[in-house]
Write a protein that binds this ligand. Structure first.
Ligand code: G3H
Ligand code: ZN
Length: 283
């Protein structure tokens, strides 16, 4: 069933577990996520990044996501990932997204508050949940790159001001993760997660969660992370399965045969994540 981000994340926040938000670009990825969620009885968030929207087009992404969500036996939210501006968020709401992110983290505090507040007012008026970001998460996601030197951790005092002024539903915080493939294991600032959770008491979001060691994810969830964004790990499972298949059967030209193992590999990765995050059995 299609639900809002809030319906999923408020339960996770109250009960102390994490929910995976997986990036979608095509039908096979959507199907892999929904099948994994149904097999583990887990709520789940399908999210479209800027690159995903550009690749598939907003109509395809929205309709695929909504169809999958409506037919699913578990709660599914369709979410805009790293929304760039007010107009894009409005377009996604018009296309039926049940949750949106407005990412004003590139701006100074006041400007980030301004744009987030404007989005929250409109989104809440039509029952759509809003995620915002404070602090700068390093790495590259699609075309958005933040140099390591420019990455800044979220300041708890600023976070309090930000949430009070914007009334946002969930907050993405910068605590040591980065988008894309890690060179070494990331070190998370667990004390910062704990402090921010105590001060805000709302669902917190961890971006750049692919490649983060399982123990770190478990600890982050125990301290208050409720939404866990995964893209790179799915890309890896997808690409590795296709490479393996074509190495073993180089003359095969059937897209269904080639994409089948990729979908199956992603599904296994997603199921493991759902168990790790604690969302399995919560639907
Ligand atoms: O918004 C999406 C993510 O933060 C995904 O990051 O590719 O490092 O898993 P990742
Ligand atoms: Zn992200």
């Amino acid at each position: 069933m299609l639900v809002t981000g809030n319906e999923i994340l408020q339960d996770a926040h109250k009960k102390g577990y994490g929910v995976g938000a997986f990036n979608v670009n095509n039908m096979e990825i959507v199907q892999a996520i929904i099948e994994a969620a149904e097999e583990t009885n887990s709520p789940v968030i399908l999210q479209a990044s800027q690159g995903g929207l550009k690749y598939a087009g907003i109509e395809y992404v929205a309709e695929l996501g909504k169809l999958a969500a409506r037919n699913a036996k578990v709660p599914v939210a369709v979410h805009l990932d790293h929304g760039t501006d007010f107009d894009q968020v409005m377009l996604c709401i018009r296309h039926g997204f049940s949750s949106v992110m407005i990412d004003g983290s590139r701006f100074e505090l006041e400007e980030n508050i301004g744009i987030t507040k404007k989005v929250v007012e409109v989104a809440h008026a039509v029952g759509v949940s809003v995620e915002a970001e404070l602090g700068k998460i390093g790495g590259t996601e699609d075309h958005i790159t933040v140099d390591e030197k420019d990455a800044t951790f979220t300041d708890p005092k600023e976070a309090k001001i930000f949430v009070d002024e914007t009334n946002v539903d969930s907050l993405a915080i910068a605590v040591g993760t980065a988008h894309g493939v890690y060179k070494g294991a990331p070190e998370l600032d667990f004390d910062r997660i704990k402090t921010i959770k105590e001060i805000l008491n709302i669902p917190l979001v961890l971006h750049g969660s692919s490649g983060v060691p399982d123990e770190s994810i478990e600890k982050a969830v125990s301290l208050g992370i409720n939404k866990i964004n995964i893209d790179t790990d799915l890309r890896m499972a997808f690409a590795n399965a296709i490479k393996k298949f074509l190495k073993e059967d180089p003359d095969n030209i059937d897209p269904r045969k080639i994409l089948g193992p990729a979908k199956a590999a992603m599904k296994e990765v997603i199921k493991d994540k759902m168990k790790l995050f604690g969302s399995a059995g919560r639907a």
